[in-house]
Design a binder for this molecule. Structure first.
Ligand code: AMP
Length: 293
């Protein structure tokens, strides 16, 4: 299995259920493979595939889940219209060398009577948590369930969703989940826009306006790396510059501590600039990890 030269790879498997997924993973484990896992909501792009590549480079058997998780969508969010290009996604997984795709329907993961949620406390509250109050409990609940089904050695998450990967790392530490969580860099289009399944909703004009997010983040990084010490001023300027653009409706634009997510007034060796904004009808998030010295 895997794709190293001279290795014949088994055909990609798909499984809609828990038992079939567990069996396929158990068989790979019996063959001695390290199991790598990439949870996704599908509508796969190069960002997702970069996680698959990283998993393949470190694991002999790679599982991708494709599941548009209803519990992480708020009542007025885009659950119904979230893109679900199943055949395209399966082809992309096959081309990327995925061994198994777990593609449950909602009733598989949330059967009648489902009544348990997992919540990370402090770090789930600000930023995304404040704007999407039930989002993170949906994320952590489904990720723990997926971990219990797939039982991977390592799971790969994008830094694109900075707060999400932080919460998942916290959950695994706090609940003794034996999965190595591997944060992976954000993939961007050549013009800097962070890749996202939601970018397909952007009109050409929205897409142009959306570039202000990544440019704003780059500007924050430049100022801090060049020695700005008034971090409070830098983050206020970041937000103010975005707010001058009528096409952009800012939820937050700030600079925070990388672990606590508390807003910073003074520089430290590592900081994270975070932004979330609606561009047209599409809500986008992005961030930049900034290291000094
Ligand atoms: P999603 O399908 O949006 O739930 O994303 C599945 C995984 O892909 C998450 O770990 C995301 O952080 C990651 N991801 C999404 N977009 C990107 C990107 N542009 N670069 C790297 N990883 C990404």
């Amino acid at each position: 299995m895997g794709r190293s030269p001279g290795n014949v790879r088994n055909p990609m498997q798909t499984s809609p259920d828990v038992a079939g997924t567990r069996e396929a993973v158990a068989a790979a484990r019996r063959e001695g493979h390290r199991i790598g896992f990439v949870p996704t909501m599908g509508a796969l792009h190069e960002g997702h595939l970069s996680l698959v590549d990283r998993a393949r480079s470190e694991c002999g058997f790679v599982v991708v889940s494709i599941f548009v998780n209803p519990t992480q969508f708020g009542p007025n969010e885009d659950l119904e219209k979230y893109p679900r290009p199943r055949e395209e996604d399966l082809r992309a997984c096959d081309r990327a060398g995925v061994d198994l795709v777990f593609e449950p329907t909602p009733d598989v993961l949330y059967p009648r009577g489902f009544d348990t949620f997992v919540e990370v406390d402090e770090v789930s509250r600000p930023w995304e948590g404040a704007h999407r109050p039930t989002h993170f409990r949906g994320v952590t609940t489904v990720v723990l369930k997926l971990f219990n089904v797939v039982a991977p050695d390592a799971a790969y998450f994008g830094l694109k969703d900075y707060q999400q990967q932080l919460l998942i790392r916290r959950m695994c530490i706090d609940l003794d989940v034996p999965v190595e969580v591997v944060p992976c860099p954000t993939m961007r289009d050549p013009d800097g826009l962070a890749m996202s399944s939601r970018n397909r909703y952007l009109s050409p004009a929205d897409r142009e306006a959306a570039l202000a997010l990544s440019r704003g983040l780059a500007d924050v990084e430049r100022r801090l790396v060049e020695g700005a010490t008034d971090v409070a001023g830098v983050r206020r300027d970041f937000r103010a510059a975005l707010e001058t653009n009528p096409a952009i409706d800012v939820d937050y634009a700030t600079v925070v501590h990388p672990e606590t997510l508390v807003e910073l007034d003074d520089p430290r060796d590592e900081m994270v600039a975070l932004v979330a904004a609606r561009v047209g009808a599409t809500r986008l998030i992005d961030n930049r990890v900034i290291r000094l010295g």
